[in-house]
Design a protein around this ligand. Sequence first.
Ligand SMILES: *Cc1c(COP(=O)(O)O)cnc(C)c1O
Length: 400
Amino acid sequence: MTIYEQFGVEPAINACGTVTRLGGAPMPAAVLEAFRQAAGHSVSLEQLQAAAAQRIAAATGAESGLVTSGSAAALTLGAAAIIAGDDLALMERLPHVGAAPCEFIVAREQRSGYDHAVRAAGATLQEVGFNEIVAGAGVRRTEAWEYRAAFSERTAGVLYVAGPQAAPPLEQVVGEARSRGLPVLVDAAGELPPRSNLKAFVDAGADLVAFSGGKAIRGPQSTGILCGRRELIASAALQMLDMDDHLELWDPPPDLIDPELLDGIPRHGIGRGLKVSKEEIVALLAALELFQSGEYDRELPEMRRRLERIVAGLDGCPVSCEIHDAADGQSPPQLILTVEPAASVSAMGLCGRLRAGAPPIYLGHGQLASSRLVVNPLCLHDGHAEVIAQRLREELAQNP
Ligand SMILES: *Cc1c(COP(=O)(O)O)cnc(C)c1O
């Protein structure tokens, strides 16, 4: 019996990857051990975050960094840092910005539910460009001049959502923003691997970059990384860390927060509710080291064999199977199952029936509109491939 069954919750077979809805990534034993050891002592969170800043800086090439409670929290803190800077009164007031510039320019096609995290800091989003390709009305995407045309005295910065297909290129957006002295905040939550992306967005000139800690890095699900320019990270840290101290006694590590640059000690900021525990910080740093070392690549052959066993188990079923290996040589392979028209059940129906079974099985549901189910092997355990194939066979054998 698993610990979850003591709470009446049945563990699921997760064939979706590190999705938040199913609890994120599998934490390696070394990460869990780091978490356990960290729990045994009290420590100054400011000092621990300053140590984390050094590790994150080394891993990303950024000047500084912060462990946050997820990438979404990193976006809230990043926006808060850009809006408030070192203004203690503004830190105290957020998300109410008063007369301060608070607009972030964003490509319309880069809008998503995650930008709520940016708006939560008090930012408003000013959209540029169109999504003509999706609209079927044209061939062009957002262009750099459209950002330039949108900049005004109300602009605080630019929000850019990174991705292999993101347009225009980040370098061009940074070029436009720099010419107006405006910072660029990059959402790169899910852009790892490849490992080279740890540095790519900083190299391209981003002022702040947000990564998830609980996806491919395999830290605690509730962690993330914000990295970037030293003074912005200092502002983010001030707005997240607990500030209940006397100015006379307060002694933050100067390489994270330089008190000389402040005219007082801020009160608890907008990020106080986004706190990260000492255990989470240490576990995330342990996971970051493993991720950077390439250690996880060793699991890729076994992940592929698991997908091959599912394919073998579906022989003769009305689904076509294709395994896609990742071009970066670092991401898990994916199995695409296309449900044929002759099947007695639709891809949506199959997805629902597998979730409703015992044990519940969650298949990737991002391509159901094209009758495809996606199997991501990252969170599968021994024996799961066989159960998935067997349950699919059972459901596909049902008469309509
Ligand atoms: C996952 C994701 C987030 C949120 O990351 P968390 O670490 O879960 O907070 C934000 N933006 C994008 C594009 C994501 O894929």
